[in-house]
Write a protein that binds this ligand. Structure first.
Ligand SMILES: [Zn+2]
Ligand SMILES: [Zn+2]
Length: 340
């Protein structure tokens, strides 16, 4: 079977490797769709601080179960599935407290251990999430990034009736904003890219504002008035987004950091302290977030309209990254397909 192997940054090898044999407790899945995410791009560029080459990438995928190992229940051949790509120990203090997303020994498929950029993927059955009825494989591969949005909003507590600002209208910002609205929040999305803002508007976000040349604090005042923002979610991940969030935060409010920051940021600590702002680090998701993501998708509460910009065949992985690099500003999501 075909496997896309990354020995080092910017290098991709298409290898022919044996198809794995199914094992007890595991399922073999024929991969059909694979999304490329911001963290994959960081890995490709050699900028991901917390991984080591070589790696087979891929953590947001959907496929069809092709073989089921002994002892696996509730999953059968032919089922359409996606994956919870976290391998955790279950033994460390965070795991025991239910925070498996920050397991001390966490491995993410496609980052710290081999992922789904291959024709078949052998995986423990408890990492498999069946797709809802009527959910396409394409949407199935988007459940992982939707789950990031679900995890982010779960971390923010009860958002019902709250004013939520999402900075950044890329896929994660778009999904986090939709999830917040599905949970009853009034949501403002800002970005400097009109195309991404148009997509947020198209899926029904309450307010979308181009922040080019504007101050976030003023935008929030315009949209939410005196109440301000109860929660600001940073899905942009650049120094300016976080510093503007801290400047704009109302006393007794929350800032959630969802984006992957590539560089350290200098921030004004007294503003956080004197206004008693809760700054939340947000890391991925729990299994329950996948079920919620899948449900919101099936119910139409989260839409995937316009999220996927372009498709490439798995044999064109290199071309996909070249496309992403050439269109860095406008790319939402590139999706890999698997021809026969
Ligand atoms: Zn991802
Ligand atoms: Zn652990």
């Amino acid at each position: 079977m075909l496997q896309v192997y990354m020995p080092e940054a910017y290098k991709l090898e298409y290898r022919d490797v044996p198809k794995p044999a199914v094992e007890p407790g595991k399922v073999l899945v024929k991969i059909e769709r694979l999304g490329i995410c911001g963290s994959d791009i960081q890995v490709y560029h050699g900028k991901h601080k917390y991984m080591k080459f070589p790696v087979v990438q891929g953590h947001e995928a959907a496929g069809i179960v092709s073989e089921v190992g002994a002892g696996v229940e509730g999953i059968k051949v032919g089922d359409a599935v996606t994956f919870q790509p976290q391998v955790f120990c279950g033994e460390c203090a965070p795991c025991k407290a239910g925070h498996i997303n920050v397991c001390r020994n966490l491995k993410v498929y496609g980052v710290h251990t081999d992922g789904m950029a291959q024709e078949f993927f052998l995986v423990p059955s408890d990492k498999v999430i069946p797709l809802g009825k009527g959910t396409s494989l394409e949407d199935g591969a988007l459940i992982e990034p939707i789950a990031v949005g679900v995890g982010a909003m779960r971390r923010c507590g009860d958002v019902n009736g709250k004013n939520v600002v999402v900075i950044g209208a890329g896929p994660i910002g778009n999904f986090a904003a939709q999830v917040a609205q599905a949970r009853g929040a009034k949501v403002l999305v800002t970005d400097i890219n009109p195309k991404k803002l148009a997509l947020a508007k198209a899926v029904g976000i309450y307010a979308t504002v181009d922040s080019t040349g504007k101050v976030l604090k003023d935008i929030i005042a315009e949209v939410f008035g005196a109440q301000g923002a109860d929660i600001i979610v940073d899905c942009a991940g650049v120094p300016a987004s976080l510093t503007s969030a801290i400047q704009a935060a109302r006393p007794a409010s929350t800032i959630a950091i969802v984006a992957n920051f590539k560089v350290p940021v200098e921030i004004e600590i007294p503003l956080i302290q004197r206004q008693q702002i809760d700054v939340l680090g947000v890391m991925m998701y729990l299994k329950e977030d996948f079920h919620t993501a899948s449900k919101f998708l099936a119910e139409g509460k989260v839409k995937t309209t316009g999220i996927v910009n372009k498709h490439f065949d798995i044999k064109q992985f290199k071309e996909a990254y070249e496309y992403i690099d050439a269109n860095a500003m406008d790319v939402m999501k590139v999706m890999m397909t698997f021809s026969k």
